[in-house]
Design a protein around this ligand. Structure first.
Ligand code: GAP
Length: 511
């Protein structure tokens, strides 16, 4: 098994074992690509959401939040273009009967070319040492040039074909590249067809009177239809933003890679309304701001990169992904899109209501342009979880599994442990819990030897362990143990809360 695949399997089983994620309705053998967040998972998810919300809403005087309904008037989706254009190109393999996204098959092929080029570069770097000039090598080495050119050509041709709805050419490309079913190796493909990703549902009691609705495929439209409500009631001036977190639903053809691609998931989106013509300035601003937010969590700068879109969505004039290095490689974590005035104009047209802003400085009304930031909460969860799970070899040669979650998002901040279950130590530990619980999510743990309890909390991601022992009775001090360094120090009970608080300051993390 490849190292990364092995690491990914570990992440999935760890998520279950330590109460982060369960498969949905597991007792009925589960439901494909649907997951439940368990007791620790729900806390981690809530904390990530809070970290995002604070950075977007509380840190920007011109951004406010809303919580729109999942069900919306069906015309919303006609106006937004989702009824006509929210499709994935799918292809079936006639032998294996497996269904794939045609664009994903081609992108995977292109990524392999990129990996080949990278391998050549790495080999050359090793060979030439300090004298290595990467820029020159990439532009002159025939093999690297060939791989990168082929990769570019393939992606460009796919983008062109998809944009012009030339699905026959998408199939032709798959055949020309000799792409085979990743599971079986068969190259016996059907035609490529479009498949709408929205889930339909019904509103109303009887079959005759029921209205066809959709479960929202993105939270953004709840923001657009409320644009004027918020602008007027909040007396907002352009530029301003509306943020929202909430569930979205997509009938994904290829739902795989655990919580990376789910059918029911959560988004954290912000639509920023700007003057027409100023959208590129704000697009750059949000690219930089969002990347900084990611870096603030300390998952490693090398694990992020931008990927500018070749193929733009029907509403965008510029778009990029912030990609993260997941155990299965660099993949989209967040999208930043310059959505033009497409959505508001379309809603004006379909609803017959004006969705314009009177700009007092310009003394004119216009439909604002929009820059959107859109991140999947579940993907962010996976990025943090997979990056934090580590196997460490200790000085004595033993190993420990530790989940080095950023403290600010860790589900449980501290575990309070009586060294033994007698001599009044349990009562003192419970008293400490009673004091700490007002400010922090803390737990009590008395089962097993203290060393085992430490390891259990390391693996669960708890940043602090507070141990109450016999000395505590004499001098009101405890041992505080730090998850990441395993260092221990003696502090007084009255200092514990402050010590934990210091590591959880939003100001420190976000600034
Ligand atoms: N409003 C724009 C929009 O929805 P998107 O690129 O389709 O854009 C935004 O989705 C983000 O939502 C993605 O970057 C990803 O993090 C998350 N996302 C999309 N589909 C998902 C799925 N099936 N499962 C989990 N997260 C998903």
């Amino acid at each position: 098994m490849a190292k990364n695949e092995d690491q990914f399997k570990k992440v999935i089983s760890h998520a279950k074992e330590y109460g982060y994620i369960f498969g949905s309705s597991e007792i009925y053998d589960g439901l494909s690509a649907v997951y439940d967040y368990a007791q620790n998972g729900v806390e981690l998810k809530k904390n990530i959401r809070e970290y995002w919300w604070r950075s977007m809403v509380y840190m920007h005087q011109n951004i406010v939040g809303i919580d729109a309904a999942i069900l919306m008037h069906p015309t919303t989706w006609k106006a937004s273009g989702h009824v006509d254009a929210f499709n994935d190109p799918l292809i079936d393999n006639k032998d294996s009967k497996k269904r794939y996204r045609a664009d994903v098959l081609i992108e995977d092929y292109a990524e392999k070319l990129n990996i080949k080029a990278k391998k050549e570069i790495a080999k050359a770097r090793k060979r030439f040492g300090d004298a290595f000039d990467e820029e020159q090598y990439v532009t002159t080495n025939p093999r690297v040039v060939k791989y990168l050119k082929e990769q570019k050509d393939v992606l460009e041709r796919m983008a062109r074909s998809l944009e012009t709805e030339n699905l026959a050419d998408v199939k032709a490309l798959i055949e020309e590249l000799g792409i085979a079913d990743p599971d079986t190796g068969s190259k016996n493909w059907t035609e490529v067809r479009q498949f709408n990703l929205m889930f339909g549902t019904k509103l109303g009691a009887s079959a005759e009177s029921a209205t066809d609705l959709y479960l929202r495929p993105e939270t953004a439209q709840g923001i657009f239809v409320n644009f004027l409500n918020v602008q007027k009631t909040g007396r907002m001036k352009i530029p301003f933003g509306i943020a929202q977190t909430g569930k979205a639903f997509r009938n994904e053809i290829v739902a795989r890679q655990f919580i990376f691609r789910m059918r029911e998931f959560e988004q954290m989106e912000m639509q920023f309304f700007v003057r027409p013509g100023e959208e590129m300035k704000w697009y750059e601003y949000w690219k930089e701001t969002r990347l900084k937010w990611h870096l603030s969590l300390g998952l490693g700068e090398e694990n992020y990169r931008f990927h500018d879109h070749e193929k733009l969505a029907h509403y965008a004039n510029a778009a990029t992904d912030i990609e993260f290095n997941f155990p299965f490689g660099f993949k989209e974590l967040e999208g930043i899109h310059s959505r033009t005035d497409f959505d508001l104009k379309a809603h004006e047209e379909y609803s017959g209501k004006k969705l314009q802003f009177f700009d007092p400085e310009m003394n004119e009304s216009y439909v604002p342009y929009v820059v959107e930031t859109s991140i999947g909460l579940d993907r962010m969860f996976l990025a943090i979880l997979s990056n934090s799970l580590q196997e460490e070899t200790l000085e004595d040669g033993s190993t420990r599994t530790v989940l080095k979650l950023p403290n600010i998002v860790a589900p449980v901040k501290a575990a309070v442990l009586p060294l033994v279950k007698k001599d009044g130590l349990q009562e003192i530990a419970q008293d400490i819990i009673e004091t700490l619980k007002w400010d922090h999510n803390v737990i009590y743990d008395e089962k097993d030897a203290v060393g085992r309890r430490y390891r259990r909390q390391d693996a669960a991601g708890t940043p602090f362990c507070i141990t109450v022992d016999h000395q505590t009775k004499e001098d009101q001090t405890v041992t505080i143990r730090y998850r990441d360094t395993m260092k221990q120090e003696r502090i007084s009970i009255s200092e514990i809360s402050e010590k934990i608080k210091q590591s959880l300051s939003y100001k420190e993390w976000l600034a």
